[in-house]
Design a protein around this ligand. Structure first.
Ligand SMILES: Cc1cc2nc3c(=O)[nH]c(=O)nc-3n(C[C@H](O)[C@H](O)[C@H](O)COP(=O)(O)O)c2cc1C
Length: 533
């Protein structure tokens, strides 16, 4: 029986799913044998018949620097209005460019996504947002527009509210990646959560994951359980709800729109060629919505952030590198700064929830000035360091790096060139060997997932958040990052001496100096000719 909680069969389903979706040197996880790019599922969901509201592209008016986002109180909170909501979505989930090469044309977004397939959909719940009727809306990134799904009755006595709910359309990702796609959907949701938190920062707002909201309640709230509106089309899996705080004004309860529903979801793929029931089983087994750890963050000195660039440029211009220049060296100062940003502080983006840091980067240094090539560990919670040390190979040296800031618990495990191993372990991808450094994110895995299988999702969201910080910090350092979902799980675990399931790698990442492919042309995300300001 799938769905029983607390270490019962649901946890077994999750462990089984995780194991069977590992890539190995001998075989990749089950996926389609051929791909016809012309039959890629529609990357844009729309609800036919739902009234539309165009959102302003107002991010240009926000003056904050990237460093300001990291200084609590540095950005005065923007008023809650259609303009500020437009800017929030423009800086997080909107398109950031159209790309073209030969006959092919594709959109990129502020968030990265495995294979650029973008399984994440967003819904906006509002009360007393100036210029917008109260209710529930679906966000269409292609048009930077909202579709009204359900109106709410006026509630003059209630305080304002702004929330964004996220869901995943598994098929968009499974179409290309087969069974492993559920993991990628979760990583993408983590990136989207990070993108929303940073965008809120540019408006002087904070953002918080709603605790303890069950998947069923979220599905009902976002209208994802409405069979009639999704008849014959791809369903959406509820993931999470983020509530925004615009200067203390948004303390109210979540609105419950009660008007009639409008709109029917479009069909994304008329001829799906495969079915991957393992994904449905993993989704069902990980439903829930557990409460947070409610643990205080470790006390760390505030982050000294030097990013004086305009924040919106970092958020809108973030890109994945497709190739790196292996000869360029990263400065030690930038390297330590980027790692310092991964430390959990009670500030952006880690203040988005109250979960303890459960992912711990293993950093493969290839080309950093004054830092010997080798493998390093960054335990992000002091009491996790012992467990990691006990779990990893006894041959590792655990030398503290004198050059690192005193509060940064970066230790060297092994000295030596890891480029070839990095490339092999990351599905033979050259980005992993040509980067200045590559990261493998190890999650505290078995005990957490056994106690609450929903944590399988939440751990992936933490990995996505870490990846998002790395992307933005790489941009801010004049470099670039690329998330890596394709790696050989157990080959990496073996290299690190890990046995059992106490720790598992959930995401990889690379940072370096990009080589840009200038055969690809770029055009603006929303041409002014289409009526946008
Ligand atoms: C979860 C995840 C896994 C990814 N895995 C890989 C990978 O294995 N190799 C790669 O070259 N890029 C990978 N990427 C980068 C995506 O291909 C990239 O985000 C996408 O093409 C969109 O481009 P953009 O990031 O420039 O917007 C990954 C991105 C994410 C979010």
């Amino acid at each position: 029986v799938i769905g029983e909680r607390a270490g019962g069969p649901a946890a077994d389903v999750v462990f089984g799913y995780h194991q069977r979706t590992k890539h190995s040197l001998k075989a990749y996880a089950a996926g389609p044998e051929t791909l016809d790019w012309d039959s890629q599922p529609d990357p844009f969901r729309t609800f036919a018949g739902a009234p539309r509201v165009r959102l302003p592209l107002a991010a240009d008016t926000l003056p904050a620097t990237f460093a300001d986002l990291h200084r609590p109180g540095a950005v005065p909170p923007a008023a809650l209005s259609l303009e500020s909501l437009g800017a929030l979505l423009q800086l997080s989930l909107a398109l950031s460019a159209w790309k073209a090469q030969g006959p092919d044309r594709w959109a990129l977004r502020c968030t990265p996504s495995s294979g650029n397939l973008h399984p994440t959909e967003a819904y906006v719940l509002v009360r007393h947002v100036r210029g917008l009727e109260d209710g529930l809306y679906h966000y269409v990134s292609r048009d930077h527009a909202l579709e009204l799904r359900r109106r709410a009755a006026p509630a003059p006595d209630q305080p304002p509210f702004l929330g964004v709910g996220l869901s995943s359309i598994h098929w968009r990702e499974a179409w290309k990646y087969g069974e492993r796609a559920f993991r990628y959907c979760q990583l993408d949701a983590g990136h989207a959560l990070g993108a929303l938190r940073y965008a809120a920062g540019a408006l002087g707002w904070t953002a918080r994951l709603a605790d303890g909201l069950s998947s069923a309640a979220l599905a009902a709230m976002l209208g994802l359980d409405r069979d009639a509106d999704f008849a014959g089309v791809e369903r959406e899996e509820p993931e999470l709800l983020v509530a925004f705080d615009a200067g203390g004004a948004l303390a109210g309860t979540v609105p419950a729109p009660d008007g009639p529903w409008s709109g029917r979801a479009n069909l994304l793929d008329p001829h799906p060629f495969y079915r991957w029931p393992a994904i449905d089983a993993a989704a069902e087994a990980t439903r829930g919505g557990g409460g947070a750890d409610a643990a205080p963050s470790p006390i760390l000195p505030p982050l000294a952030h030097a990013g004086e660039q305009h924040a919106i440029r970092i958020l809108l211009d973030r890109r994945s590198a497709q190739r790196f220049d292996r000869h360029r060296t990263m400065s030690r100062e930038s390297f330590f700064h980027v790692l310092d940003c991964l430390a959990p502080r009670g500030a952006l983006p880690w203040d988005v929830w109250r979960f303890e840091a459960r992912l711990h980067p293993i950093v493969f240094v290839h080309n950093v000035e004054g830092v010997a090539p080798g493998a390093y560990a960054l335990p992000r919670r002091p009491d996790a360091a012992e467990g990691l040390r006990a779990g990893l190979s006894p041959d590792f040296t655990w030398d503290r790096l004198d050059a690192a800031p005193a509060h940064l618990p970066l230790v060297r495990l092994h000295m030596g060139d890891c480029r070839a191993a990095s490339r092999t372990l990351n599905c033979h991808q050259a980005i992993a060997s040509d980067a200045c450094f590559a990261v493998s994110m190890l999650a505290e895995f078995e005990p957490l997932v056994a106690a609450d299988p929903w944590r399988y999702r939440q751990l992936h969201w933490e990995a996505g958040l870490l990846g998002h910080v790395l992307y933005l910090e790489a941009e801010s350092a004049g470099m670039r990052g690329t998330g890596v979902g394709c790696y050989f799980d157990d080959a990496l675990h073996e290299l690190l001496g890990l046995r059992g399931r106490a720790f598992q790698a959930l995401y990889h990442f690379t940072v370096g100096f990009p080589l840009v492919d200038d055969r690809i042309s770029t055009s603006p995300p929303y041409p002014p000719s289409e009526g946008q300001p």
